[in-house]
Structure formats: structure tokens, C-alpha cells
Write a protein that binds this ligand. Structure first.
Ligand SMILES: Nc1ncnc2c1ncn2[C@@H]1O[C@H](COP(=O)(O)OP(=O)(O)O)[C@@H](O)[C@H]1O
Ligand SMILES: O=C(O)C1=C[C@@H](OP(=O)(O)O)[C@@H](O)[C@H](O)C1
Ligand SMILES: [Mg+2]
Length: 164
């Protein structure tokens, strides 16, 4: 089974996916890392060279074509659920888990803004406003997840209990 972790940038998808895969003794796939490896450039470099629209197409193609292990925890990029039919595809091909986190907490998590092109030059005040606005747009997609959980409450036991 594929377990897709979704949620806003900074909620802990990449970190938690590794921890959960370790506890569940399965593989971890981080789709951003797959793209970086495949394109031989960072996400920020890709955005600068090709633009966001091209990134979203690449992100969706990577989601749908990656050769996933039988059982794995997949860290998605924060925008992935909100483009094309990615959310429907994930719900049809695995289990989706929305790691919910409040905007102010997300701001405190997002120290390394340069690696995230959408927020690269923002101060805390600008970032908080951006997150509030973007979450309003994205929540309709995130809340299609089969499991919605506070990011701080997500552990392997809870996952096994709620998804089985
Ligand atoms: N449980 C946690 N406690 C404190 N900091 C965390 C925790 N999980 C992740 N972080 C930090 O928060 C930032 C965002 O985590 P990351 O896993 O990259 O999130 P995402 O992939 O959702 O953007 C990173 O700097 C990471 O080290
Ligand atoms: O929210 C977004 O649109 C993005 C989130 C990033 O991933 P993380 O959520 O792992 O930071 C990365 O895919 C890209 O910078 C776009
Ligand atoms: Mg990540």
C-alpha cells in the first residue's frame, strides 16, 4: 500500500515520511527528491529555469509514473494535491493523510525559505499572510484526504489504527 503524506510546506511531510517508513519497516519516497535527482537541479533552480507551470506538470507526471515499492510512505510537495487530478489519483491508488498545522506554526517551521521558491524572500509577516491566503485556496484539496490529522499527532501507531 502507498501512504501519501500531504499538507502545506513546513508541516513535516519529508521528515515524517522517513520516520514512519522506518517504524513501519517499509520504503520512503520523497517526490521532490525524486525530481531533484532526475533533473539534476534543485526545485528552486527548476522553477527559475522552467517556471511553476512546467514544475506542476513534471510533479504530476512523477507522481503517476514513479515505480513505487509495494509498500511505501510517500512525501509529496505541498502544492501537489492542488493541481490536475492528483488528489483523485492518490485517493484511487493509495491512502492520503493530511498533516494539518496552523499558519503560525508553519511560519516557525519554515526557516530555510531559499529552497522553496514560492516563499524565498519573505519575512515572517509576509509569510504568514501568504500561508493564510494559500491555505484558503488549498484546503478544499487537502481536506479530500482519507485521514486528516494534526501533524503533531501523527505516529506509526495512529496511522496503523486509523488506516486499517
Ligand atoms: N517534529 C518536528 N519538530 C521540529 N521541527 C521539525 C519537525 N518535523 C520537521 N521539522 C522541521 O521543519 C522543517 C520542515 O520539515 P519538512 O519535513 O521539510 O516539511 P515539508 O516536507 O512538509 O515541507 C524542516 O526544517 C524540519 O527539520
Ligand atoms: O507548496 C508548494 O507549492 C511547494 C512545496 C515544496 O515542497 P514541500 O512541501 O516539501 O516544502 C516544493 O514542492 C515546491 O517548493 C512547491
Ligand atoms: Mg518536503
Amino acid at each position: 500500500m502507498k501512504i501519501f503524506l500531504i499538507g502545506f510546506m513546513g508541516c513535516g511531510k519529508s521528515t515524517k515520511a522517513k520516520q514512519l517508513a522506518n517504524k513501519l519497516e517499509c520504503q520512503v519516497v520523497d517526490l521532490d527528491a525524486v525530481i531533484v535527482e532526475q533533473e539534476k537541479q534543485t526545485i528552486a533552480e527548476y522553477f527559475a529555469a522552467h517556471g511553476e507551470a512546467s514544475f506542476r506538470q513534471l510533479e504530476s507526471d512523477t507522481l503517476k509514473n514513479y515505480p513505487y515499492p509495494e509498500t511505501c510512505v510517500v512525501a509529496t510537495g505541498g502544492g501537489l494535491p492542488c493541481f490536475f487530478d492528483n488528489m483523485e489519483w492518490m485517493n484511487a491508488n493509495g491512502k492520503t493523510v493530511y498533516l494539518h498545522m496552523e499558519p503560525a506554526q508553519l511560519v516557525s517551521r519554515l526557516h530555510n525559505r531559499q529552497k522553496r521558491p514560492l516563499i524565498a524572500n519573505m519575512d515572517d509577516e509576509q509569510l504568514l499572510a501568504f500561508i493564510i491566503k494559500k491555505l484558503e485556496e488549498r484546503d478544499p484539496f487537502y481536506t479530500k484526504a482519507q485521514l486528516i490529522i494534526n501533524a503533531f499527532d501523527l505516529d506509526a501507531e495512529t496511522l496503523e489504527e486509523k488506516l486499517n
